[in-house]
Design a protein. Structure first.
Length: 86
């Protein structure tokens, strides 16, 4: 399944609750998305999320349903790791 990096900008500091994570999982399941992990910026106003998804449009639909931003969606083409070059 294709992988995507999503940048989300929030006006306020982000605090993710168990309830919010459950809502995200439910919508993701309905749209065949898998949230792999996220990084939170130091000011807690931006996240960078790695997702597996059938398309960028599926990610946009999930964002609409959840009322969260998806400011940039970048389809990834592969991985590079330091140990690959040792």
């Amino acid at each position: 399944m294709p992988q995507f990096l999503i940048e989300r900008n929030f006006a306020e500091q982000l605090e993710v609750t168990k309830e919010a994570a459950s809502a995200i999982k439910q919508v993701n399941d309905e749209l065949s998305l898998r949230w792999v992990f996220s990084f939170l910026s130091a000011d807690k106003k931006k996240t960078y999320c790695l997702y597996e998804a059938p398309s960028a449009e599926a990610i946009r639909e999930a964002a609409r349903r959840l009322n969260v931003p998806a400011d940039k969606i970048i389809e990834l083409g592969g991985q590079l790791r330091p140990e690959m070059f040792e």
